[in-house]
Ligand binder design. Structure first.
Ligand code: F6R
Length: 259
């Protein structure tokens, strides 16, 4: 499913609706969280609904996609800190509801195995929020990652390090070069995937993920294999799509499209 919206805020509302539906079905639903700027409109919308008493996330369980190696959870640039701020604190939740890979674990490999087990023990991820990198990465699965990959230690490409320097006061030297990341195989096991992308910079990655060949050179193209994936893109991120008109037609004609 490809949903193109002209207003970026509408994407946050759409994804928040999907999360609210999951939690209405099952209050202890397992929600997978991405970090970065793309999902912020979703998290802001969730916080707004919780504050208004329209959404109860108090029994939901959350798993992060990835974490930098070497940053403790209380480091301001850690993904744990990001999600604590934008989801846990913003929605008034208990930090124990969120599990994040421990980038300071003494045995990183054991931590990854443990994480996979924790996801399995929770019954799997009901809905996974995703962003996408300019080079098509999902989580920290850089181009040429196996579609069957599992949670593991990964190296970041220089392009990703440069792109993420904006979160480290533009000091590229401070960006860790290693991360722990759910694998593409892990992500594909979530029952529902929702990828959000905004802005012109993401247009090539969105085009190749949706309309390009299935290739490990574009990790986002792996999502073509998933039976229930929704791409939420604004018109800038969707501007290179060759079949954009058709996607808008699907969105407008099919009842309940994307739900
Ligand atoms: C973050 C993650 C990454 C980001 C991607 C896009 O948990 O998994 O794949 O989704 O780098 O980042 P933004 O949204 O900041 O452009």
């Amino acid at each position: 499913m490809r949903i193109i919206q002209d207003q970026t805020e509408a994407l946050g509302t759409f994804a928040a609706d999907l999360i609210a539906e999951r939690v209405a079905d099952r209050p202890d639903a397992v929600i997978g969280l991405a970090t970065g700027s793309s999902p912020l409109p979703i998290y802001a919308e969730l916080a707004k609904r919780v504050a208004a008493g329209a959404l109860d996330l108090s029994a939901a369980r959350f798993f992060a996609l990835d974490e930098y190696v070497g940053l403790a959870g209380d480091h301001p640039m850690s993904y744990r800190a990001f999600l604590d701020e934008h989801v846990i604190a913003a929605c008034g939740l208990d930090p124990a509801q969120l599990r994040v890979l421990d980038g300071k674990a003494t045995d990183l490999h054991a931590e990854c195995i443990d994480y996979e087990r924790a996801i399995r023990d929770a019954g799997g991820v009901d809905l996974q929020i995703l962003g996408i990198g300019h080079n098509g990465h999902i989580a920290f699965n850089e181009p040429t990652t196996s579609f069957a990959s599992r949670t593991r230690v990964v190296a970041l490409t220089q392009q990703t390090v440069d792109a993420n320097a904006r979160f480290f006061d533009d000091d590229v030297e401070d960006v860790p070069l290693l991360a722990l990341s759910q694998g593409i195989g892990t992500i594909l096991e979530a029952r529902r995937l929702v990828l959000i992308a905004t802005g012109l910079g993401k247009a090539p990655a969105i085009h190749s993920s949706i309309e390009g060949e299935l290739t490990s050179s574009v990790p986002g193209s792996a999502l073509q294999l998933h039976p229930k994936v929704t791409f939420l893109v604004d018109s800038a991120a969707g501007s290179m799509l060759e079949r954009g008109e058709f996607y808008r037609r699907e969105r407008d004609l099919i009842p309940g499209y994307g739900h």
